[in-house]
Design a protein. Structure first.
Length: 91
């Protein structure tokens, strides 16, 4: 198993940040057959090989995930893509 822990600061109002996270989750769910759901300010997501969470505050987004054996080999690529999407949507 391999862990991902990314923190990204943002300046969006919380409702807009939440909508952006929801939009990203919908795309991922469609593309990768992923399940997700909100629990307060946490969006939990999972599918075979990954279990994670996006925690949203007024100033920061924190993405944490546990990658299974096969996805562990792609950890660097996965982290790079997460950072790219966060920069695109929240800067």
């Amino acid at each position: 198993m391999s862990d991902i822990d990314i923190r990204h600061h943002h300046s969006l109002p919380l409702p807009k940040a939440r909508k952006a996270v929801e939009d990203i989750a919908k795309k991922l769910a469609s593309k990768f057959d992923m399940d997700y759901g909100w629990d307060g300010d946490d969006l939990h997501f999972n599918r075979s090989g990954v279990d994670g969470r996006i925690h949203l505050t007024e100033k920061q987004i924190r993405v944490t995930a546990k990658l299974g054996f096969l996805l562990s080999a792609l950890k660097g690529t996965v982290e790079q893509e997460i950072r790219r999407v966060l920069a695109e949507r929240f800067d």
